[in-house]
Design a protein around this ligand. Structure first.
Ligand SMILES: *[C@@H]1O[C@H](CO)[C@@H](O)[C@H](O)[C@H]1NC(C)=O
Ligand SMILES: *[C@@H]1O[C@H](CO)[C@@H](O)[C@H](O)[C@H]1NC(C)=O
Ligand SMILES: *[C@@H]1O[C@H](CO)[C@@H](O)[C@H](O)[C@H]1NC(C)=O
Length: 926
């Protein structure tokens, strides 16, 4: 063993046997100089004021100078009206010492501008309107109020916590100077008698900062930005993932703020606001009447304080300027970032789905995934060799459990040199892949962003020769420590690096792979074992001269975009890429699915997977899941069962586990467990047509696939804090069992009695609204379909989605109280981009109590499908139906047998036989 390897082993041991999260590795707000400074700003004393003479309009933008009375520094404020009920507020220094970083790539396109009109221009404020929305800029003190349909929904700087640290040169101390408070008056504006300054330089961390043994050189000094937002009428705030915390954000009074800084947190704990792997700075405030979002367009480290009216905070008199004497609920948020500019989008709703959609209008939606990605994924660190892979695949067949992919973690590589197979363990990777694909399955392998510093590794040699690595300020390649030992990190902000790295994925270069091999990007926060807070130092330099500080949270996405684009290119644009990422940022949904990282086999970790994915979903990342079974530690059979049952109702469904855990494929516990887990996975497969339709709907509309109850029951206060249930689309209500050894759980039935819910197993109607105790067995979790919906399913479960592609459909129709129901079904080839050329059918399914119809939503579409309609179940059907009559162009009119089941009140029509690509109707006959 070389010393290097021994050091590596030692480090791994330290990392993996340490127990719970080591908080000392991560900063608190107080330990972070900019957070400390921003949080110290006193409410109600803002030094900012608009200079009235400077207000001008240019098209959709209102512009004005903003003056800081404490520093004498001028800023430019721009308020832009955007289409779809969105406003953008942008503030930057009027003449900064050097350029400040503005985020690139989070926005999908240039946001589309809307007409803006000045409605009123006064000496102390200006009012602009755009569509149903209105904004008032108050000059002194500076405040921006945004109205939707004449209701004030959000106010910026209402509490006066705005802070914008202008760039400055470092004060040079006199040789005999013994106090850092004596500044040279020539060097800094802060000490000018006219302007008392912003106090930034009194902070010992202003120009350099130490954390543990790490020093951050901070050559640009203090450059933080912060702004507060008040949401009158809102009861809760949501969003700003990723945190292992409740979906409804909790007050941060007396605790640290929520932190957004992509970090590899080893053995993270739950109910924490500590930063995790991803950072999406979008927050929604929701009350009975409306939902309003703010998207804080910034990629630097960010902290967010949350206050709710329950906090009875000292600034109440200031924030309650709206509600007067009537005490209305209100949420306040305070965003604080280390660098960049103030650039914030106001998503004015008014309904929850409107606000979620507005966010995806800005940052994009997830592209339609291939069907196989919605199936069941089997992963482990690690499947040891090609025999292991073959055996696992065979056992799934033996146990008749569907499975679409097998994943290989880092041990597939030649000593962590990505793109190169360990030829001892995997001598025939191509054959291994072909064996999988011959059964309709795929292989997914990990490619991490750290590059082994090894002179026999071509990627390292290319990167060194071409200056592709992230650098120190002195121009030397940065070197850190990760899985391969000494590693460097490609700079994905450099277009040449993106092109180079993308080429490595081509089947010619990436030997032993085919177009059926997909990619998992892990460790892309980036994780650096010996770096400050286990990541990259902030004073490293990226392409364009930007500090890592400016782009940290965005870095992960630059990497996954390369992978997505490379996979697209690799197949000549014929196959939809699949990438799983751990690090994520605003816009990551365009290139990758996400999971909740390294969780543990504990009941509370199972439970937190639901709020974590709900939070990701409203932030654009619908394609979210958690390691089924828990990454660390060993689940017992009961936890394993419950995790599979819950995981089957999250969009991304993958079992994965740590190298030190016991094997836990579905058959490794006992027969009963195998059978129950098989059922859970098979149920998932039976609902894939519905999932797939929802992903199509997400792509088109931006609606999350998995939704909180309040997305559809926005006025129902009791739903606001519910985060152990979710809605899949608007038709299915899921409440997994998150508790050991229970015989009943509390299920909340939303709809206040207007909606009723049907147990999907028994078709029994549940009428009582609100929270009810529902019995459960080990075999069952509560899952309900809403009355009034039609859900498409496939009931012939096979080994993989590919094997089920041409299978017939079953429609589950549940008539509402009026006898009606509706739904949608999207069908295409499940893998290619041909749907972009009209090769799909998108069907509206409707039932009016007598006739069930399938009609094209989109007439341009056409698809030849082999799938036909096998069965229709109608729950709560009209009385006395004796038969049915199917009519379609190709089949003409056909009589169908109708069978009524008195036990569950379901009418079944067998073998209508019509092709799903056709329009048809079925009339019930008495
Ligand atoms: C108005 O905005 C347009 C587009 O942003 C810009 O090109 C133009 O210079 C602006 N005009 C003025 C007078 O600022
Ligand atoms: C592929 O399958 C064949 C037939 O079952 C088997 O003999 C062979 O060992 C497999 N190859 C690999 C690499 O798994
Ligand atoms: C039920 O369907 C009928 C016929 O299409 C329609 O007239 C009626 O408005 C529907 N009822 C509801 C509540 O949607």
């Amino acid at each position: 063993m070389t010393l290097y390897v021994r050091l590596g082993v030692l480090l791994l041991c330290l990392m993996f046997f340490a127990g719970a999260v080591d908080r000392n590795n991560f900063k608190t707000c107080e330990q972070s100089s900019f957070c400390r400074r921003c949080r110290k700003v006193e409410a109600g004393k803002t030094p900012y004021e608009v200079v009235p003479m400077t207000v001008t309009q240019n098209g959709s933008t209102l512009q004005a100078d903003l003056f800081n009375k404490d520093t004498g520094v001028n800023f430019i404020l721009q308020l832009t009206a955007l289409k779809d009920n969105i406003f953008r507020l942008h503030i930057n220094e009027k003449s900064p010492l050097h350029k400040r970083y503005e985020v690139e790539n989070a926005l999908q396109d240039h946001p589309r501008q809307a007409e803006l009109n000045i409605a009123e221009s006064q000496s102390d404020h200006v009012t602009v309107t755009s569509g149903p929305s209105k904004a008032i800029i108050h000059f002194s003190p500076f405040r921006v109020d945004l109205y939707s349909d004449d209701h004030l929904v959000v106010s910026a700087n209402a509490r006066g916590l705005m802070r914008f640290e202008h760039l400055r040169t470092k004060t040079v101390k006199q040789p005999d100077d013994d106090s850092s408070n004596n500044k040279n008056p020539e060097e800094t504006e802060a000490s000018s008698p006219e302007y008392p300054g912003d106090g930034a330089e009194d902070d010992p961390g202003a120009w350099e900062e130490n954390f543990k043994s790490h020093q951050d050189s901070k050559p640009h000094g203090p450059e933080a930005i912060a702004l507060d937002f008040s949401f009158p009428g809102a009861e809760h705030a949501y969003g700003i993932p990723q945190h292992a915390d409740s979906f409804a954000l909790r007050s941060t009074k007396g605790t640290d703020p929520y932190r957004l800084y992509n970090l590899d947190v080893f053995e993270y704990e739950i109910n924490e606001r500590m930063a995790l792997y991803g950072s999406i700075p979008v927050l929604y405030a929701h009350g009975k009447d409306r939902t309003t979002g703010v998207f804080w367009h910034n990629a630097a480290e960010t902290w967010v304080d949350i206050l709710s009216s329950a906090d009875n905070n000292v600034v109440e008199s200031i924030v309650n300027f709206v509600s007067g004497s009537v005490k209305k609920p209100q949420v306040d948020a305070h965003f604080m970032s280390e660098s960049g500019v103030i650039d914030v989008f106001f998503l004015l709703g008014p309904k929850p789905l409107d606000a979620f959609r507005q966010y995806t209008i800005l940052t994009g939606t997830a592209p339609l995934p291939q069907m196989f990605t919605l199936g069941y994924h089997q992963s482990r660190w690690n499947y040891n060799d090609q025999e292991d892979v073959a055996q696992i695949a065979d056992k799934f067949d033996f146990h008749d459990i569907p499975m679409d992919t097998i994943w290989l973690d880092i041990e597939w590589t030649d000593n962590k040199k990505y793109f190169i197979w360990d030829s001892r363990k995997f001598p025939n990777p191509l054959e291994m892949v072909q064996n999988l694909t011959s059964k309709g399955r795929k292989l997914i392998v990990i490619i991490d962003p750290h590059i082994k510093r090894d002179s026999t590794y071509y990627v390292h040699n290319d990167a060194t020769a071409n200056n592709y690595y992230v650098k120190h300020a002195d121009g030397k390649d940065y070197e850190g420590w990760c899985w391969p030992g000494a590693s460097s990190y490609l700079d994905f902000f450099d277009p040449k690096v993106r092109e180079y790295f993308g080429e490595q994925y081509s089947v010619e270069k990436f030997q032993g792979t085919t177009n059926d091999v997909y990619i998992w990007n892990d460790m892309n926060e980036p994780s650096v074992f010996n770096g400050p807070e286990i990541t990259m130092p902030k004073d490293l330099i990226h392409y364009g001269g930007w500090e890592h500080r400016d782009v940290h949270n965005l870095n992960c996405m630059m990497y996954t975009q390369v992978t997505y684009d490379a996979l697209y290119k690799r197949s000549g644009g014929t196959l939809r890429p699949f990438v799983l990422t751990r690090g994520h940022f605003a816009g990551s949904q365009r290139s990758a699915a996400v999971w909740t990282g390294d969780n543990a086999a504990e009941w509370e970790h199972l439970r937190i997977s639901y709020p974590m994915c709900l939070s990701a979903g409203v932030a654009g990342m619908s394609f979210c899941g958690a390691d089924v079974g828990g990454f660390f530690k060993n689940p017992d059979a009961e936890l394993f069962i419950r995790w599979n049952q819950a995981g089957a109702w999250l969009a991304f469904f993958r079992q994965h586990s740590h190298i030190d855990t016991k094997r836990r494929e579905p058959w490794t516990f006992n027969d009963e467990t195998t059978q129950i887990v098989r059922d859970a996975i098979r149920i998932r497969y039976s609902y894939l047509p519905y999932w797939y339709t929802l992903f199509r709907e997400h792509q088109v509309s931006g609606y999350p696939v998995m939704r909180p109850l309040w997305a559809h029951y926005s006025g129902e206060t009791e739903t606001f804090a519910v985060d152990d249930h979710l809605l899949v689309g608007d038709a299915i209500l899921v409440r997994p069992v998150f508790e050991p050894s229970v015989t009943e759980v509390s299920v909340y039935f939303p709809g206040e009695g207007r909606d009723t819910w049907y147990d999907v197993d028994t078709m029994q109607e549940h009428k009582t609204p609100g929270a009810t105790r529902i019995p459960v067995t080990l075999h069952k979790i509560p899952v309900y379909q809403r009355g009034g919906t039609i859900v498409p399913r496939k009931m012939r479960i096979r080994r993989s989605t590919a094997a089920m592609k041409n299978d017939p459909y079953t429609l589950v129709v549940i008539a509402d109280a009026e006898g009606n129901a509706s739904g949608k079904l999207y069908i295409d080839d499940e893998s290619s981009f041909e749907y972009r050329h009209g090769k799909y059918v998108y069907l509206r399914l409707s039932f009016d109590g007598k006739v069930l119809k399938s009609g094209y939503i989109d007439n341009l579409a056409n698809l030849e499908t082999a799938s036909w309609l096998e069965r229709v179940d109608i729950a709560n059907p009209p009385k006395g139906v004796k038969s049915a009559k199917l009519t379609s162009q190709n089949r003409g009119t056909v009589n169908l047998e109708a069978k009524y089941n008195t036990n569950n009140n379901v009418l079944t029509l067998r073998k209508p036989g019509v092709n799903m690509g056709e329009e048809w109707s079925i009339e019930l006959v008495n």
